[in-house]
Ligand binder design. Sequence first.
Ligand code: ZN
Length: 316
Amino acid sequence: MNELIFVQPVFHGKLWGGRRLETDFGYELPEGPVGECWAISAHPNGDCHIAGGPWDGYTLSQLWTEHRELFGNVEGDQFPLLIKILDAQDDLSIQVHPDDAYAYEHENGSLGKRECWYILDAREGGDIVVGQRAANREEFARMVDEGRWDDLLNRVPIAKGDFFQIDPGTVHAILGGTLVLETQQSSDVTYRVYDFDRRQPDGTLRELHIQQAQDVVDFDVKAPESGSVTTPEVDGVTHLVETPNYAVDRVVVRTDAPVTIAQPWPFLNVSVVEGSGTVEAGGKTFDLPKGTHFVAPVESGDLAFAGDMELVISHL
Ligand code: ZN
């Protein structure tokens, strides 16, 4: 029986970030605006340490490399997923990510980036950018050139509990006042299309990548109109999405309705995004305050959750 692997988040200061990772999640943050909590990550730009248990002090990438048996011996030279919490006090830049093939060829063998967002909180009347309206590369280039952002970008109203799947080639941006739990491929390749002409503290503009963006935008995809979740909740579990890279579920645990989840996967990522409770696995019980993240390795046994909390879980 393998013990649950609790990981410590890595934080990234961002111009567009805020302090809600401290006020809402109780994390100890570095100073200044913090935009990203890399909650479950083995990416070189933010490799989480394991806290407690038999692997205390290891990094997740080290575990992946040296103890692949914990992850069902799945193949791949890097832990394939990356779980983040984003605190967007201001708008993020308008961006698009490549798929695996394009990233491999143009970004030193990197993975592409498929991502998805579970909206943890949104401001009244808040929205988000998902998709674009140009029919082809030429029209896209013209609209960018002329700065017709309102015509080009598809804005969707958002509310707490919404969910968006962002495939590679989809133009997107999280806008101010939004807290998001992001599940994505472990990649850091972003092509910036527009940054609202904002200046950094040193007076410079952030670099744009219009050429690469035009290469990777998928002009055949229809932009969504809403992010509301329509799949039914069964025994506390709502399937949010299944893609070639990951599947993501929401789990709602109530004091009068504990939830037990089987763990038949090579590994399962679990994040406590609201409330608190406990999990019992392999005869051991662990406290789960809000903001806890763990990986249930292969053969960790069923996960018996109790308390009053909401989880986002993901697996390959
Ligand atoms: Zn993105």
